[in-house]
Design a protein around this ligand. Sequence first.
Ligand SMILES: [Zn+2]
Length: 89
Amino acid sequence: MFCRGCSVRLNELARVCPECRTPVVYPENTISDGLLVAGWVFSFLGPIVGFIIGIVATSKKQSVAAGVGMLIVSTLMFVFWVAKFKGAI
Ligand SMILES: [Zn+2]
């Protein structure tokens, strides 16, 4: 990890560069809003895809709750679609 301002090598925990005081920007571990929306849509319409996106979402700190919700909805919808396919509903 190197400073964007002066290219000095930075300590992993540094929040600002000790040489030039440039704030250190870490690569964001986030999920895009588009993928979250897609996750919800797929949870209902294509639960297997929704489940996979849910797993991705739970791995991101900012979207753990949404991911868990997608996993639950996907599981319920998967059961629903299987039952519907078999003519049980
Ligand atoms: Zn610097």
